[in-house]
Design a protein around this ligand. Structure first.
Ligand SMILES: Cc1ncc(COP(=O)(O)O)c(C=O)c1O
Length: 388
């Protein structure tokens, strides 16, 4: 205060309180907001080894990225303003005009929209492979221009499992980059980088943030791709609010406990569902009856709350009425929050090639943190309404 006494009130109002006293220690990091970073010397303004502008990430972002790197066993983690931005950012960073990439036919639909739209306009071609293809079958699709193999396992909506270690090894032997959308595993249940994958992407919007109220994405990487991801983030200008970064970090602190609960309830509901007469099959990797079960058991340490169920053939209007009648399951996109959701999915399968053909309507369930028995009772009432 005394240093400012010689200035007018307007100047004193601008500069008082600007230099923080030593911060008290709290369990969470500070939420550091700032576009301008005040540098100690004129020389430091042009020192490329320092953060000279807030977009490069301040204290809260650094705390989040370090924690995500710890979780994903990564050298570095980059954050983006949504899960989709992480996907598009990584694909843009790692490909260029004339390149060809191989993509699971059962990847998250907006990934495909980006590939067939923006990336195609920039001269990158995509070929979609069957989501159950083996490493050898994918290798047979490699062209001289192929640069990258994009995986998602379990797949979006239909949950096919891929042999990621085998595909990553095959790709490395051919100097191809591999990228996995690891959102289902939340960085916890599967560690792509330990299996030779170059980049593990997550929509942090789902389990990491965990409360259906924040958008964010991450790309965890090691080795040959790190520099390119860093350069591209710098050039494109991805930035995340420090308040959102704080919320993501707060979500990470309870991630393992929440996932344990989601997984246990999901298994109970999935086991119950497969015995219901209205259900043709349950698409849940933890069920021995599921085609990808052996790969899941070999590579994953657990289950999250997301799985699918194929109903016995019934009119779409009946399925719509069923999901509208559920009391505890909300009707909406996304997943990974504390709450349960039910989603009829058939319209989303339309862009797919072979993997889009199913014997009955597909329902995707997100099992939240409610009591599993309450959820089962709600689903039973809903199934009753299918044939009422
Ligand atoms: C598997 C998967 N990846 C990525 C995303 C995109 O995340 P966001 O909604 O944060 O853009 C989603 C969203 O539903 C998803 O399900």
């Amino acid at each position: 205060m005394t240093e400012l006494a010689e200035f007018g009130e307007c100047t004193r109002t601008l500069h008082a309180g600007a230099t923080s006293a030593k911060l008290l220690k709290t369990p969470g990091p500070v939420v550091q907001r700032g576009s301008t970073v005040l540098m100690p010397t004129a020389e430091a303004l042009y020192d490329a080894t320092q953060t000279t502008y807030g977009r490069g990430g301040l204290a809260t972002h650094k705390a989040l990225c370090e924690t995500l790197s710890e979780l994903e066993h990564a050298e570095r983690t980059f954050i983006y303003p949504s899960g989709l931005a992480a996907i598009t950012g990584v694909l843009q960073a790692l490909t260029g005009a004339g390149d060809h990439i191989l993509v699971s036919d059962a990847a998250y639909n907006p990934t495909r929209r980006f590939l067939d739209g923006t990336l195609a306009r920039f001269g990158v071609r995509a070929t979609y492979y069957d989501p159950t293809a083996t490493a050898e079958e994918i290798a047979a699709l490699i062209e001289p221009e192929t640069r990258l193999i994009y995986m998602e396992s379990p797949a979006s909506l239909t949950f096919e499992m891929q042999d990621i270690p085998a595909i990553a090894a095959m790709a490395r032997a051919r100097n191809l980059i591999t990228v996995v959308d690891n959102t289902w595993a939340a960085g916890v249940l599967f560690k792509p980088l330990d299996h030779g994958v170059d980049v593990s992407i997550q929509a942090l919007t789902k389990y990491v943030c965990g409360h259906s109220d924040v958008f964010m994405g991450s790309a965890a990487a090691s080795g040959r791709v790190v520099e390119r991801l860093a350069r591209s983030s710098y050039e494109i200008g991805w930035a995340v609010s420090p308040d959102d970064a704080y919320l993501a970090l707060r979500g990470l602190r309870t991630l393992h406990s929440r996932l344990t609960h989601h997984g246990a309830s999901a298994l109970k509901v999935a086991q119950w569902l497969q015995d219901q007469p209205e259900v043709a099959s349950v698409l849940c990797p933890a069920l021995p009856s599921f085609a990808g079960h052996d790969l899941w058991r070999r590579d994953f340490t657990g289950l999250c709350g997301l799985f699918g169920a194929i109903l016995k053939p019934v009119d779409r209007s009946r399925v719509d009425a069923m999901v509208e009648s559920l009391q505890l399951f909300g009707l909406g996109y996304s997943w990974g929050g504390f709450e349960s959701l039910a989603l009829p999915c058939d319209p989303q399968l339309v862009p797919r090639l072979a993997s889009g053909r199913l014997d009955g309507p597909l329902l995707r369930l997100h099992i939240g943190l409610e009591g599993a028995d309450d959820l089962i009772a709600d689903l039973r009432r809903g199934l009753d309404s299918l044939t009422a």
